[in-house]
Design a protein around this ligand. Structure first.
Ligand code: CP3
Length: 389
């Protein structure tokens, strides 16, 4: 059974979240992000950035010197500090837990490293029935550093919600079958058809480790979760619906009883937006290719949209970027609710002051839908000509 209104679980006291969880004790229950994810239009549009914690910040680069990426993720004090850095600096409406989609693989005992400038690389690709059958189960006690890092972070965040996250089964399987990053994920897409049985077992395994990772973050204090299917854009719609979607739903089912709002995001997801919206989530993150108003059309009215400032425009002159941000907000006004974000992660070379300025702009626009302070106010009016309301 799918829970159609997760907040009802919380309101009725039916959630297994502990009493000192920020959603239960009231710290974050009415934060703009949480209200928007539940379909409400708060007085202030919430804004945060995918990859806000990371290389665009000098304080991050300084702290990371001499520590490998996955070691940093598994050091609770360091992971917590890195999570807090962009919240302090930009005054965003959420922290995103500093970790990585391959952390639960490493915790399960899979040989995986993150190679700087490249991404996740496995000791050996996992693409045979034997290799999939040999994948180890994730021992729940291995998640202790995650729990500790989330608890430390939430204790500092006060009324700002922490977003927990995990990788979707397809994106993780793309790395596992290829053995590392690839452009088109051809080995993964071939396996899906050559040996559907092995494919399905592999995606069930990834769904369960990602689901356990999500659940540990939510129980430890995360007030929302996001499932990243970054490479979903390499799939045909048929393949997504027949061989991927049910596994994403399985990953999310691990947190269904908690009542924590769920966000689903993919890159190049235009063909499958409607399908991604139906795996059991309250919000969908849209990449920069599809206008938010069009995304609402594809997904229906019952979904909050998140996005979709083009990350490339972070390098453009401010008036160009400002006009773009206002148009994104105008387009998002058609949705039941909108969480402002980028259409993908912050590029490492981004000037962090630009991100702070976007937060100030968005927060100055109120709810984003009405009044003189609406998105196409005085400063944006000239540039908005022809934008189409
Ligand atoms: O601020 C945040 O968004 C939270 C932290 C976060 C990281 N990875 C930290 C990270 C999150 C949410 C992720 C998710 C992630 N990891 C995804 C999905 C999101 C997306 O961007 O599509 C994917 C595909 C990965 C796999 C991965 N890990 C890649 C492609 C890379 C980049 C490799 C490189 O060096 O260019 C990583 C490493 C990584 N994960 C870094 C960070 C801050 C860079 C590590 C460094 O500082 O060298």
């Amino acid at each position: 059974m799918r829970v159609s209104d997760p907040s009802a679980l919380l309101d009725q006291g039916h959630s297994p979240l502990p009493n000192d969880h920020p959603l239960i004790d009231g710290r974050t229950a009415h934060a703009p992000l949480i209200r928007a994810l539940r379909g409400d239009r708060p007085e202030r549009l919430p804004v945060w950035f995918m990859r806000q914690a990371g290389r665009s910040l000098p304080e991050y680069r300084e702290l990371r010197v001499g520590t490998a990426m996955l070691d940093a993720c598994l050091d609770p004090a360091m992971a917590s500090e890195i999570t807090l850095q962009p919240v302090r600096r930009h005054h965003v409406d959420a922290g995103i837990f500093f970790s990585d989609i391959v952390v639960p693989l490493r915790l399960a005992g899979v040989d995986v490293e993150i190679v700087p400038g490249k991404g996740p690389v496995l000791g050996a690709p996992i693409r045979t029935p034997e290799a999939v059958a040999a994948l180890p189960a994730l021992d729940p006690s291995a998640l202790a550093p995650i729990t500790e890092a989330v608890q430390r972070t939430v204790a500092e965040l006060g009324s700002t919600p922490l977003i927990g996250f995990a990788g979707a089964p397809f994106t993780l399987a793309a790395y596992m079958v290829e053995g590392g990053p690839s452009k088109d994920h051809t080995a993964a897409r071939a396996l899906m058809h050559a040996d559907p049985e092995t494919w399905s077992r592999l995606l069930d395994w990834t769904a369960d480790v990602s689901g356990a990772f999500l659940r540990s973050q939510a129980l430890a204090g995360a007030s929302a979760v996001q499932l990243f299917d970054s490479w979903v854009g390499s799939l045909s719609r048929n393949d997504y619906v027949d061989r991927v979607k049910q596994h994403s739903a399985r990953a999310l089912s691990h947190v269904e009883d908690l009542g924590v709002p769920r966000i689903h995001f993919g890159v190049g997801s235009g063909e499958v937006l409607g399908d991604m919206a139906s795996v059991g989530v309250e919000a969908v993150g849209v990449d920069w290719r599809v206008p938010l108003a069009e995304a609402v059309h594809r997904m229906g009215p019952g979904i909050t949209v998140q996005g979709n400032i083009d990350p490339a425009l972070l390098a453009a002159p401010w008036p160009v970027l400002e006009r773009h941000v206002r148009r994104v907000i105008q387009s998002g006004a058609l949705a039941r609710a909108h969480v402002v974000n980028l259409g993908h992660g912050v590029p490492p070379e981004t000037d962090p002051d630009v991100l702070t300025r976007i937060v100030e702009l968005v927060h100055g626009l109120g709810s984003g839908v009405t009044g003189a302070a609406g998105p196409i106010g005085a400063a944006g009016a000239a540039g908005a000509t022809g934008a189409g309301a």
